[in-house]
Ligand binder design. Structure first.
Ligand code: PRP
Ligand code: MN
Ligand code: MG
Length: 183
């Protein structure tokens, strides 16, 4: 699949699986206060992580989705966050956990945290599978991080380049020829 487009596999399917289980265990331990947890997955990138994470989590959790976009089809963050799909429900008084695939510049998340905090949830935390070094420059409190990864463009397991590669079961670095070919 996608022959030659992936320069190297950064995180294997098994490593993702193990990490998802580990994160789910941490969250399970931290949320024993009762009441369903509300997972807010950020479309589209977080879809694979969200569904695997929810199934690995022993706690009852409800699934909600928001779609925001900051990248368009470019490989670098524009800083412009747009709501493409808002939550359908009120989150006031709920324990909310934002589920993200990656924090790169941190702009999407810092905007999202501010937006969701204004809706008065009982608690608001973040669980991200991946985090890049630049993310630490923005002050976003992230409680659960799967992997800190180098500053390379990665795709797979939900992460795209121009809407492609989301369906890969692993996470890999994209061969620069893919985005420099002028196609
Ligand atoms: C990507 C990724 C994160 C965000 C991280 O989403 O899934 O949501 O960018 O970047 P940041 O930390 O620099 O803001 P994207 O906007 O590409 O939309 P998508 O999830 O639909 O691919
Ligand atoms: Mn995203
Ligand atoms: Mg994207």
């Amino acid at each position: 699949m996608y022959d030659g487009d992936i320069a190297s596999v950064l995180i294997t399917e098994q490593q993702i699986k193990d990490k998802v289980a580990e994160l789910a265990k941490q969250v399970d331990e931290d949320y024993q206060q009762g009441g369903d947890l509300l997972l807010v997955g950020v479309l589209k990138g977080a879809v694979m992580f969200m569904t695997d994470f929810a199934r690995a989590l022993p706690l009852p959790a409800q699934l909600e989705f928001m779609a925001v976009s900051s990248y368009g089809s470019s490989t670098s963050s524009s800083g412009v966050v747009r709501i493409l799909k808002d939550l359908d429900r009120d989150i006031a008084g709920k324990h909310v956990l934002i589920v993200e695939d990656i924090i790169d510049s941190g702009l999407t998340l810092s905007w999202l945290l501010k937006n969701l905090r204004s809706r008065n949830p009982a608690s608001l935390e973040v669980c991200t599978l991946l985090r890049k070094p630049d993310a630490v420059r923005v002050d976003v409190p992230v409680r659960y991080v799967g992997f800190d990864i180098p500053n390379e463009f990665v795709v797979g397991y939900g992460l795209d380049y121009a809407e492609r590669y989301r369906d890969l079961p692993h996470i890999g670095t994209l061969d620069p020829k893919v985005y420099t070919s002028g196609a």
